[in-house]
Design a protein. Structure first.
Length: 278
């Protein structure tokens, strides 16, 4: 399904109110789609019930509402809000510290938090990090988009996808090294193209980018390493001594990165409540 737009999201909301209204008796006269008073009444009742549900589940409703507000502003393409998936650059002391440590200053917005009485925060993924970081809007600015490039697996024009594709290529090369065989040429080509693009876009040294990704590669290689060690234990000392061991992992790898939100289902409730009074 193609990514939905604002009008489709509004229709999802209207359908939710249709289903909510159908839960109660004697509400057939309400027409929230054309009557503002009816719409306000049903929206208010629905929000109250959602607050009760959040409390019942031990969830903080205001936090959820603030996060939803951020996504809403992003989907409206509000000019003072970075959209999900946009590329950003650290500013000020945060950028200076990252550069000093040899870490990336550019990243991708993966989430937004817009408190009512506090500065807007963005969740940002930076190269080599396992989770997004919360960054204040004042410490960010927009930056150049990631350049699209051709790989053996298609065109990649997003830093998150480029990072994932590079880690996969490096992992396959590492597995080949562990098995003592030559890596596939497509993997070697993809590694070079993706690594060069991420190095250039982040403005970092090749070694620093590779080092950031090695931990993820090694984690993915763990099953292969365990299998190799299990086979080694079955060999005799003479067989081990005569065996051509693979190139060390690090050397072999260094030679030569709440998506769109899902569409809700429209399953109708199976039963009706007997009344709803506020």
């Amino acid at each position: 399904m193609a990514e939905a737009g604002a009008e489709e999201f509004a229709e999802f909301g209207a359908a939710a109110l249709d289903s909510f209204q159908a839960l109660f008796e004697e509400t057939e006269h309400l027409d929230h789609r054309s009557n503002d008073v009816h719409a306000r009444e049903l929206l208010g009742d629905l929000l109250i019930d959602l607050m009760h549900y959040a409390q019942h589940r031990g969830l903080e409703f205001n936090d959820i509402l603030a996060q939803a507000n951020g996504y809403y502003l992003s989907e409206r393409n509000s000019p003072d809000v970075y959209a999900i998936g946009s590329t950003i650059q650290l500013e000020g002391p945060a950028a200076d510290e990252a550069a000093l440590l040899g870490r990336p200053t550019r990243g991708s917005v993966t989430g937004i938090h817009v408190p009512y009485e506090a500065p807007t925060e963005y969740y940002v993924h930076f190269l080599g990090e396992t989770s997004s970081r919360s960054i204040l809007a004042a410490d960010l600015r927009e930056t150049a988009p990631f350049p699209a490039m051709s790989t053996t697996r298609g065109i990649i024009g997003d830093p998150l996808l480029a990072e994932e594709a590079l880690v996969e290529a490096m992992t396959r090369i590492g597995r080949a090294d562990l098995a003592g065989i030559s890596p596939h040429q497509d993997d070697l080509n993809d590694r070079q193209v993706l690594l060069n693009a991420l190095v250039a876009w982040n403005g970092m040294d090749t070694r620093d980018v590779t080092d950031l990704l090695l931990a993820e590669v090694e984690q993915r290689l763990t099953p292969a390493q365990a299998e190799t060690r299990a086979k080694d234990t079955a060999l005799s000392p003479d067989q081990l001594a005569a065996r051509d061991f693979p190139i060390p992992l690090e050397q072999g790898l260094t030679e030569q990165h709440p998506g769109p939100r899902t569409t809700p289902h429209s399953d109708a409730p199976g039963s009706k409540r007997t009344g709803h009074h506020r």
